[in-house]
Design a protein around this ligand. Structure first.
Ligand code: MN
Length: 491
């Protein structure tokens, strides 16, 4: 459409409205809704696209109520700068009256995620535009649908999609406290009390969102150069392993180990805690304040769509908290991380077996898995009243008993130099905010190994932990009737 019509309608010597020139595109496209007190009050709904604002005049206030269809009259494109325009259009000029910004924010073009991706302009031409708005009043999915009719006007309907931001019954009077403002307020209240030690649960109410099957991009990108494993292979690995993996991730704040270019020495390697704003709203998040008063939106990997979306974003390994959002201050398992350092894997096996027998004497069920790197993880459910500090104190006591039994092979010495060829029994990770490698994740190492739960009888000095890797793991899992680590999931 361009800005010709916009220019033709206005006298820029008389109106304070911005000049008809295309603006510089924003990194994230923006939307704005302006309350326009013209002859008749209406709301101008505008979406940034192609350097201008695609615009609709909506006679009634847009709503989060999906049952309310708002007429939206498609009008001429406005310059991008118009998004920031507030003020009075003088008498006698086109659209005379006051203009105020009613809502604004960024948006995502959902038509881009369709099997046949479309730009906003293409979608307008096709008569259907779907966007996800990130505003203060308007949040979540909205659809604009062109009406067919004899009317000379270009009439559309603006309709809220059914998602967690939908407010059935809100009709017009947009509820002040939307899901995420409530969450944000809870977090801020918490921060102002200065209590950050035992975060309460604050989950965004997005669980009802319609999830989409994530798209795989760059399938041929080689992520593990030693073996030629591609992004498509990793995606397929996570798709197939999801039934084993997801129960171990469920409801636990996750830290993502992202290597978008794969396991390459010079490639990027991120540890990502905070879910960016552009992640789809159907991805569940747990909003948690940090010690220094920031708020982190942790992802909860609670379904296969989330898992695969994050894999497509370059996540190779998922790390999770020892506690779940329902009770973040209390871990539900503890970890003994057996790190051989300069010792052998056989030494780690010996230490694990000793640890196992000590735990058996205490009548505590224990589980063992390969770490996927050089060591072993021994895990036990934590069903005591105490929180992380108590759990860590208890594991340290057990670890010291292991060292007393095998002083030549095991140590709790934190300094690497003082370990002198002994296996480090690391229990310090049992702490609030720390995360562990769950069973069945791929590790970001050249061998593409998988952290694999074992039966205790399988654990021998001859065992080669490198045999559990992306290309081989499903041969094992096809024969596995039950997850050897399932006992961790009971609590
Ligand atoms: Mn208007």
């Amino acid at each position: 459409m361009g800005l010709k019509e916009y220019r033709a309608k206005r006298d820029f010597k008389k109106t304070p409205e911005p000049a008809p020139k295309p603006g510089k595109k924003h990194k994230q496209p923006i939307f704005v809704v302006q309350e326009h007190h013209a002859r008749r009050l209406h709301y101008d709904f505008r979406l940034e696209a192609d350097g201008v604002l695609k615009s609709w005049a909506v006679p009634k206030q847009p709503t989060l109520d999906p049952s309310q269809k708002r007429l939206a009259v498609h009008v001429e494109d406005h310059p991008l700068d118009y998004a920031f325009f507030q003020g009075r259009i003088p008498e006698g000029q086109y659209g005379a009256g006051d203009v105020a910004v009613w809502d604004h924010g960024t948006y995502e073009n959902l038509m881009e995620q369709k099997p046949k991706p479309m730009s906003i302009s293409q979608s307008i031409a096709a008569g259907r535009v779907e966007v996800r708005l990130h505003g203060k009043e308007l949040k979540g999915g909205f659809v604009l649908i062109r009406l067919r009719g004899q009317d000379k006007r270009d009439n559309w309907l603006l309709i809220k999609m059914r998602d967690p931001y939908a407010r059935p019954g809100a009709a017009g009077s947009n509820g002040k406290a939307t899901a995420s403002t409530t969450v944000a307020k809870a977090a801020t209240d918490k921060m102002s009390t200065g209590k950050t030690k035992s975060p309460r649960r604050t989950i965004s109410g997005r669980t009802l969102a319609k999830r989409k099957v994530p798209v795989l991009t760059h399938p041929d990108k080689v992520l593990f150069p030693d073996s030629g494993i591609t992004k498509a292979d990793v995606f397929e690995f996570y798709r197939r392993i999801a039934p084993w993996l997801l129960p171990h991730l469920r409801d636990r704040p996750a830290t993502l180990e992202r290597l978008p270019e794969g396991v390459k020495e010079e490639g990027p390697h991120f540890w990502q805690k905070n879910a960016p704003e552009y992640y789809p709203s159907w991805i569940q998040r747990a909003e948690l304040p940090t010690k220094d008063g920031r708020v982190v939106q942790y992802v909860l990997v609670n379904n296969i769509e989330t898992l695969l979306y994050l894999v497509n974003q370059g996540t190779l390994t998922f790390h999770v908290w020892f506690s779940r959002v329902q009770d973040l201050a209390h871990p539900d398992f503890v970890l003994f991380d057996l790190d051989p350092g300069k010792a052998t894997f056989g030494n780690a096996v010996a230490v694990a077996k000793t640890l196992h027998s000590i735990l058996q004497k205490e009548k505590i069920e224990a589980f063992v898995k390969t770490s996927g790197k050089t060591g072993l993880h021994v895990l036990t459910p934590w069903r005591e009243k105490g929180g992380y500090d108590e759990a860590r104190a208890w594991t340290l006591g057990i670890a010291e008993r292991v060292v007393a039994t095998l002083p030549e092979q095991a140590t709790v010495e934190r300094s690497k130099a003082k370990r002198s060829g002994r296996v480090y029994v690391d229990v310090m990770q049992n702490a609030l905010g720390h995360h562990a490698v769950p069973p069945y994740v791929l590790r970001a190492v050249p061998a593409a190994s998988v952290s694999t739960p074992l039966e205790w009888r399988e654990l021998t000095a001859e065992l080669d932990p490198a045999q559990f890797n992306l290309p081989t793991i499903f041969r094992r899992l096809e024969k596995q009737k039950k997850d050897p680590a399932a006992g961790l999931l009971k609590s």
